[in-house]
Design a protein around this ligand. Structure first.
Ligand code: 13P
Length: 250
């Protein structure tokens, strides 16, 4: 079995009364998944999650981060604040942030560079819209997003990043790419990244995200070049998340 990373993205979901029993179960589930599962939670629960998961094998993190250390940035959260809670994962450039909260490729690059500087494991999200796919622009869109996001980074940085291919049309829709579609794009993504960072294919950790659930996880995660999943909706239901983890990690 290849090593797979299964990371949950809570998005803006869960409150404390839901989180309590969730974390209790998750701690047990994570025992089976030696350091290869994690959750990215809303900032306000970071302290709670860091305490609850202490001593567990699960890693945790957040869904965004600002690229300045401190200052007059009302509403933002800085990398040094995240360090106070032993944060490991930081999602950068999720399509929802790009579409709704103004995260441009340039901002994504600044956040990614900063996350690496502070020693986090960034999860860099990218992917095309349905219109872009239908117009035959998948490779061009991904190449542009990756080139801009990775500007100024090195080969060594590449090995510290989780690359998360999330086709926007698959997020929250129940629709997933076919094995052929995904295999093709995975090869392209890997080739683009190796060229930009002058790195080797085996250094790249590539996750897939978009409607990943118990019924399709096995098939998607088995695809050559896919090293795991970034899971939205299905990570909120412990039964679903657990089943994806138990069936796919050693
Ligand atoms: P869904 O699994 O709900 O489609 O969300 C995927 C995602 O956006 C993870 O970051």
């Amino acid at each position: 079995m290849k090593k797979l990373y299964l990371i949950g993205n809570f998005k803006m979901n869960m409150n404390l009364s839901e989180l309590r029993p969730y974390l209790k179960s998750y701690k047990k589930v994570a025992k089976r998944a030696a350091n290869s599962t994690g959750i990215c939670v809303p900032y306000v629960y970071l302290d709670y999650v860091s305490r609850a998961l202490k001593g567990s094998r699960a890693i945790y993190g957040v869904q965004d981060m600002y690229y300045q250390d401190h200052g007059a940035y009302t509403g933002e959260i800085s990398p040094s604040m995240l360090q106070d809670y032993d944060t490991k994962l930081v999602i950068i450039g999720h399509s929802e942030r790009r579409a709704m909260f103004g995260d441009t490729d340039e901002i994504v690059n600044k956040k990614l560079t900063t996350a690496l500087k502070y020693g986090f494991t960034p999860i860099l999200c990218f992917g095309e819209t349905l219109e872009e796919r239908e117009a035959g622009k998948v490779t061009a869109v991904i190449k542009k997003q990756l080139t801009k996001a990775l500007a100024g980074l090195t080969k060594a940085d590449g090995g510290k990043i989780f690359f998360a291919y999330e086709p926007i049309w698959a997020i929250g829709t129940g629709v997933v790419p076919t094995t052929e579609q995904l295999s093709k794009v995975v090869k392209q993504i890997r080739s683009i990244i190796t060229k930009i960072l002058d790195t080797t294919d085996d250094e790249i950790k590539l996750l897939y995200g978009g409607s990943l659930k118990p019924s399709n996880a096995k098939q998607i995660l088995a695809i050559n070049g896919v090293n795991g999943g970034l899971i939205g909706g299905a990570c909120l239901k412990m039964e679903d998340f657990k089943s994806i983890i138990y069936e796919n990690v050693e």
